[in-house]
Design a binder for this molecule. Structure first.
Ligand SMILES: NC(=O)c1ccc[n+]([C@@H]2O[C@H](COP(=O)([O-])OP(=O)(O)OC[C@H]3O[C@@H](n4cnc5c(N)ncnc54)[C@H](O)[C@@H]3O)[C@@H](O)[C@H]2O)c1
Length: 314
């Protein structure tokens, strides 16, 4: 059992991470400027602290007061173009420096930041094609908007800190694919506003993310595997964290060429349910692999009676 700070613990991913870590027996301190919403599962061992982490002094004070063994930094403006570009870049890079640097400054020894697959640059208006599929941690980062750039800066912030501070303090970053929270299997809107079923029915909705996704509880499992392993990892490793299949009913070898012109030959091996993103590095280095697929989760969450349908948020 350890004490773990989760920044952004009130958010889409943070709520599940906080609840999952607490259920696993950790003491969790959630630092967020927003209060947890009512649907947050109440868990023993969770403390919420209201704090605006763009305030460096407030962030440092909250991190010191938490007396934590580890920090998982999720707080961010999490949606590209949801604010002016300068605001996204300034906010997310300031949060990264304040939280990651602040945590190192108060001696927290395991420091993890959320990055994003978008650092790779797919969807760039002037065109994007990778050297090969599946995409992995060796695929070059070519961000084309402030959000993706801010996530690359977060990755570089831990690399910078790993060169600067005591080697006893360990850093890592992870790039979660499109996060599906448990309530979203039951019909709540996903990050882009549509339901999982709508994203499956209309491939144009999932194509901008190259059909990637991951269950939020699988992300929690990844973090549980990552934290105890960090002492033995090289500094500032980056991991993709995605489902083992694509969020699509048809093989990506057929779908990708429709939405990513020129990818026919590159995508030819993405047959069956193979996703465009590989989490093989996390499996190789941490022994972690995803356990949940839309195929099982949607079926398991299908409303069986009018009473259960009532619980699905509009
Ligand atoms: N959801 C996804 O599909 C996805 C995919 C890739 C990466 N990520 C990354 O994962 C992390 C979590 O994403 P999410 O979907 O849960 O986002 P979210 O928007 O649901 O939650 C972010 C949380 O951060 C908090 N926050 C923002 N600014 C803050 C500040 N100044 N001080 C304190 N708290 C602040 C918000 O109040 C919110 O609770 C983000 O870093 C995001 O970039 C998410």
């Amino acid at each position: 059992m350890s004490r773990i700070v989760v920044t952004g613990g009130s958010g889409r991913l943070g709520r599940t991470v906080v609840a999952g870590l607490a259920a696993a027996g950790h003491e969790v301190v959630s630092l967020d400027r927003a209060r947890p919403i009512d649907t947050t599962p109440s868990a023993e061992g969770v403390t919420h602290v209201d704090v605006d982490l763009t305030d460096a002094d407030a962030a440092r004070h909250a991190l010191a007061a938490a007396r934590a063994d580890a920090v998982i930094h999720l707080a961010a403006i999490a949606v590209p173009f949801s604010a002016p570009e300068d605001v996204i870049l300034r906010t997310n890079t300031t949060l990264a420096l304040n939280v990651l640097g602040g945590a190192a400054g108060v001696g927290i020894r395991r420091i993890v930041t959320a990055s994003s697959p978008t650092v790779l640059g797919y969807g760039a208006p002037n065109g994007w094609l990778p050297d090969r599929f599946p995409l992995d941690e060796t695929t070059p980062a070519r961000p084309w908007n402030a959000y993706a750039l801010s996530k690359l800066v977060a990755e570089q912030t831990i690399a910078m800190l790993a060169r600067e501070v005591s080697p006893d303090i360990r850093f890592a970053a992870f790039r979660p694919c499109y996060v599906i929270a448990p309530e979203e299997w039951r019909g709540a809107p996903t990050q882009q506003g549509n339901t999982v079923a709508e994203r499956l029915d209309d491939p144009a909705l999932s194509a901008p993310a190259l059909f990637n996704y991951v269950d939020a509880r699988d992300v929690t499992g990844f973090l549980e595997a990552l934290l105890p392993a960090m002492g033995d990892l090289p500094p500032a490793e980056v991991f993709f964290v995605g489902a083992a299949d694509a969020l699509a009913r048809d093989p990506l070898a057929e779908l990708l060429p429709r939405f990513l012109p020129g990818s026919d030959a590159l995508a030819a091996d993405l047959t069956g349910t193979t996703p465009a993103f590989s989490s093989a590095k996390a499996e190789r280095m941490l022994g972690w692999s995803p356990t949940r697929s839309w195929r099982s989760e949607l079926a398991a969450s299908a409303p069986s009676s009018p009473a259960s349908r009532k619980d699905v948020p509009a």
